[in-house]
Write a protein that binds this ligand. Structure first.
Ligand code: GLN
Length: 194
């Protein structure tokens, strides 16, 4: 199993992270809710779920988890950031709040709410490089895109608006909610890259 008993944290500062946790458990990992720096210290990898990136950024600062993540990133912490998590992982946020502080986990310029009103929420079958067995059912909810990817960043999936799955080393981000489509393959790919 790709998870193989790894302790994988799921950031749980804003709302429940149950769906990510159950997918991780199905893949053989041991999911752990992360709310404090001590929780983070005990995990081998971290999933940053969707939500509201401006609120999550404030909570990352006030809980001390943000700085703890920055420290662990320097040591190669594997991170999967999804939707708001992708925004938080980016080195640059476009249309963010001025006081929004990113984690700088991956060299991307990410635009918040990048799809127009009519496409605020939609589902699409997405071809993702490295995923076998056909397209991935990707659920986009007020999603971001990456308008720029730095050197060394792999773009694994792209729509007209920009890149929607990217990876660099053990850090992977996607603009949609991979936990909502009933498909384990994106989490599995993350665990395989750890
Ligand atoms: N639009 C949200 C933000 O800017 C992200 C939405 C999501 O995570 N589904 O944080």
């Amino acid at each position: 199993m790709p998870g193989d008993g790894a302790k994988v944290g799921v950031l749980a500062l804003q709302g429940p992270a149950r769906l990510h946790a159950s997918i991780l458990a199905d893949l053989g990992a041991s999911p752990v809710a992360v709310r404090t720096p001590a929780d983070l210290a005990a995990v081998d990898a971290l999933v940053i779920p969707g939500g509201e990136s401006t609120t999550m950024s404030l909570l990352l600062d006030s809980s001390g988890v943000g700085d703890a993540v920055r420290e662990r990133l320097a040591g190669g912490l594997p991170v999967l950031g999804t939707c708001a998590g992708m925004i938080l992982c980016a080195s640059e946020v476009l249309d963010g709040r001025p006081d929004q502080r990113g984690l700088g986990a991956i060299d991307l310029s990410v635009r918040r709410n990048a799809f127009g009103r009519q496409r605020e929420s939609f589902e699409t079958d997405l071809d993702v490089e490295g995923l076998h067995g056909g397209p991935f059912p990707a659920v986009f909810i007020r999603a971001p895109v990456a308008e720029r990817a730095g050197d060394g960043v792999e773009v694994l999936a792209q729509l007209d608006e920009g890149a929607v799955v990217c990876a660099a080393g053990p850090v992977m981000v996607c603009a949609f909610h991979p936990e909502l489509g009933g498909d384990l393959r994106l989490h599995s790919l993350f665990l395989e890259r750890m």
